[in-house]
Design a protein. Structure first.
Length: 249
């Protein structure tokens, strides 16, 4: 029988799960070979106490998943961080429920903030796109040094710094409430007075397969440039490697 998973805002009463959550975060990062490996249980407890986290569990108290909110630059930017699901419940759709709930909580607490994220996971990118996020350059994210310090424990930190914090294995995604409001106004105006000219802007949500291909290509290039010196100075070999990658993917 399908188990009923409860997804709700975490409270101080959930602090007993902090050790389990941080351990699973670390193990998951190690298994993926990417991502930020360490968060302290104390930090997770603080987020629960502040009402800035979402937890998923069964009715019997079994922990299922977790995510929390971080705010930067005087609440101008918000990140939904630390998404983690217990291995027993992965591929159940609960990650999407958690992301939806933490997104709603972020919009409620910080209605004018830009919500952003950095991730290597294509599943998370798809969930983000369904929520209205768009892929952006790193320059559109927060410049708060405290945020970027969090990348130090990631295995790809050297790549990030070698690119002067302008690119890395992660893909940056952003939800801009002001931009979304403007788009909604344009839709309403277009519905009231349809224009003959077709909107030529590319919408990310409708091109996710193409974006997935591009993401894999970006990660391939970064790893190739960061680790292989055999083809350095030989453009033709680098070109053939890239063409082969695109063909097989």
């Amino acid at each position: 029988m399908e188990q009923n998973i409860i997804v709700r805002v975490a409270t101080a009463n959930d602090q007993g799960y902090a050790e389990t959550i941080t351990t699973e975060m670390e193990e998951s990062a190690k298994a993926r070979g990417t991502g930020i490996a360490k968060r302290s249980p104390e930090y997770i407890r603080q987020k629960m106490d502040e009402g800035k986290a979402v937890i998923a569990m069964l009715a019997d108290g079994t922990w299922v998943g977790f995510c929390y909110i971080e705010a930067w630059e005087h609440d101008q930017y918000v990140a939904n961080s630390g998404l983690i699901v217990s291995p027993a419940f992965r591929k159940s759709g609960v990650a999407k429920q958690i992301k939806q709930r933490i997104f709603e909580l972020s919009r409620k607490k910080y209605p004018n903030a830009k919500i952003f994220g950095l991730t290597t996971g294509l599943a998370v990118m798809k969930i983000n796109s369904d929520l209205g996020y768009e892929p952006v350059t790193y320059s559109e994210l927060t410049t708060d040094e405290e945020f970027w310090k969090g990348c130090r424990s990631c295995v790809n930190y050297e790549i990030l710094m070698s690119k002067e914090r302008k690119n890395c294995m992660c893909t940056a995604m952003l939800y801009d409430p002001a931009e979304k409001a403007r788009e909604e106004q344009e839709k309403l105006a277009a519905a009231a007075a349809p224009q003959p000219m077709e909107d030529e802007r590319r919408h990310f949500a409708g091109n996710f397969k193409l974006f997935e291909r591009w993401t894999r290509f970006k990660q391939f290039v970064l790893l190739k440039n960061g680790k292989s010196k055999e083809t350095e100075g030989r453009p033709e070999e680098r070109k053939n490697s890239i063409l082969n990658f695109l063909f097989f993917w």
